[in-house]
Ligand binder design. Sequence first.
Ligand SMILES: Nc1nc2c(ncn2[C@@H]2O[C@H](COP(=O)(O)OP(=O)(O)O)[C@@H](O)[C@H]2O)c(=O)[nH]1
Ligand SMILES: [Mg+2]
Length: 333
Amino acid sequence: MSARLKRSGSVSSLGNQAASPPQIIEEKNQEVVVSHVPIVSSVDDHIRPLLDAVDKLRHLQVMKEGIQLPTIVVVGDQSSGKSSVLESLAGINLPRGQGICTRVPLIMRLQHHSATEPELSLEFNGKTVRTSEAEIAAAITLATDEIAGSGKGISHVPLTLVVKKKGVPDLTMVDLPGITRVPVHGQPENIYEQIAGIIMEYIKPEESIILNVLSATVDFTTCESIRMSQKMDKNGGRTLAVVTKADRAPEGLLEKVMADDVNIGLGYVCVRNRIGDESYKEARKAEADLFETHPLLSKIDKSMVGIPVLAQKTGSYSSNYYIKMLAGHSEED
Ligand SMILES: Nc1nc2c(ncn2[C@@H]2O[C@H](COP(=O)(O)OP(=O)(O)O)[C@@H](O)[C@H]2O)c(=O)[nH]1
Ligand SMILES: [Mg+2]
């Protein structure tokens, strides 16, 4: 590991910052237009000046080679809520559902642009298809069928979604197929090995922040994704646990996250994602109410609950990464 990529203790300061709630600006034709999704508010507050500095450096060609932008990689068992977490963070609807739904790596590249209208496109199989926020889930499903066939098979060939939106951080987020042990009808015998191979490839780089998605409904010690991320990130220094479905299994959740039986370096954040046809705004409101009023869930420390806290933690991690990278650079030059 090169000196400039080495991580020090400062990352552990992530835990205790208060979160600012996302602001949801206007409603148009019943469709909620989210101008300030969590990852955006968090960036505005904390790392926008840094990102601007990085942008300038990039123009000066200082960062041409060897330095990757931070990447948030989401891993977890099938149906644990990976796609839901990413859509909560980025405010973009992704295909979600029971069973195998994400069948190819989805690389979501967020880029800030100054125009007010967002621009979305999908890149796969050597072509680029323009799309919109309203059509994105359907477009991803279509593209997945084209890459991996319309059955239940998976592929390591990625699908890239480029999101140019005012205020978003220059950040890459990767949604991966969920871990499954037993092939279902139409899946190859080696489905587990295929998925494990894809996951390892994406969590290996040092600049990957691993969001390990665990459903509150399961025993964390049985989660395959923990074993996998521990292989690549031994002391857990770039792994954050996201506990989904807090609404479905509130009993004992506080004890589970406090016990930390599975040694997660960057700690736990419990969330409640969008359910069914809820709008983004309704989902965040329901989440805030749940952790505020539920007799058991309200006992969990506020620094460990909610999508805004998760956005802030991942944002802080990215800014720490930038700071170290830039410091490393100036030492070398
Ligand atoms: N009640 C509840 N359901 C959730 C939550 N997060 C995800 N789900 C549901 O769990 C199912 C699987 O979610 P998905 O994001 O597709 O999981 P993935 O396979 O890990 O990508 C979907 O039906 C989601 O709506 C949550 O926090 N609460
Ligand atoms: Mg998924």
